[in-house]
Design a protein around this ligand. Structure first.
Ligand code: AMP
Length: 189
């Protein structure tokens, strides 16, 4: 299986590039953010539990996130591979993912970190907020998400670096050019 993590701060282009990558490689795409938003929209018990945290830009506790992720992977036993988008965001999540995939006889092939500077991220998210109305894209909530990213999520990078699985890709510029760079990395996995 070709399993990889697309990693990057809010607004790095993970969703946009994932869509292009799944079309090219016939993979499935699991975005924990999308899954949470669907639960909130459907007003499930899980959705009710996490909606305030998400609206405030805080991370959902690991236990809840990991259980939801594993359930989603189990729904796709025929998958040729999975792009993980927005997961893992903490080291315990990364360890849980490794153990879970190992129990299925597979593993993460690689991790791609999209690099985008702060000014560009703020600009893109302001635009996305206008287009989608995502409450957690509003300026005050966004600040919290960026803090969560720099306090907790970046710690996942050394975890994968130690496994020699990390590649950084410049996430600024034309979508097609970034995609070409991503494909060159994925083809090495
Ligand atoms: P995203 O669409 O990936 O930016 O995720 C939106 C929000 O969902 C995040 O700000 C978190 O509140 C929550 N979330 C998504 N993925 C995770 C995760 N792996 N761990 C904890 N919280 C998450």
């Amino acid at each position: 299986m070709l399993n990889f993590v697309l990693f990057g701060p809010p607004g790095a282009g993970k969703g946009t590039q994932s869509q292009k990558l799944i079309d090219k490689y016939q993979l499935i795409h699991i975005s924990t953010g999308d899954l949470f938003r669907a639960h909130i929209k459907d007003q499930t018990t899980l959705g009710q539990k996490v909606s305030q945290l998400i609206a405030d830009g805080q991370l959902v506790p690991d236990e809840i996130t990991i259980a939801m992720l594993e359930e989603e992977v189990d729904k796709n036993p025929q998958a040729q591979g999975i792009i993980f988008d927005g997961f893992p965001r903490t080291v315990p999540q990364a360890k849980a993912l490794d153990a879970f995939l190992e129990s299925k006889g597979t593993a993460i092939s690689g991790v791609i970190a999209l690099d985008v500077d702060q000014a560009e991220l703020t600009k893109r998210i302001a635009q996305r907020q206008l287009e989608t109305g995502r409450v957690d894209d509003q300026a005050d909530k966004l600040q919290k998400r960026i803090e969560e990213y720099f306090n907790k999520t970046v710690q996942v990078l050394p975890y994968y670096e130690a496994q020699n699985k990390l590649t950084k890709v410049n996430g600024t510029g034309e979508i097609e050019n970034i995609f070409t760079d991503l494909v060159a990395v994925v083809d090495q996995f």
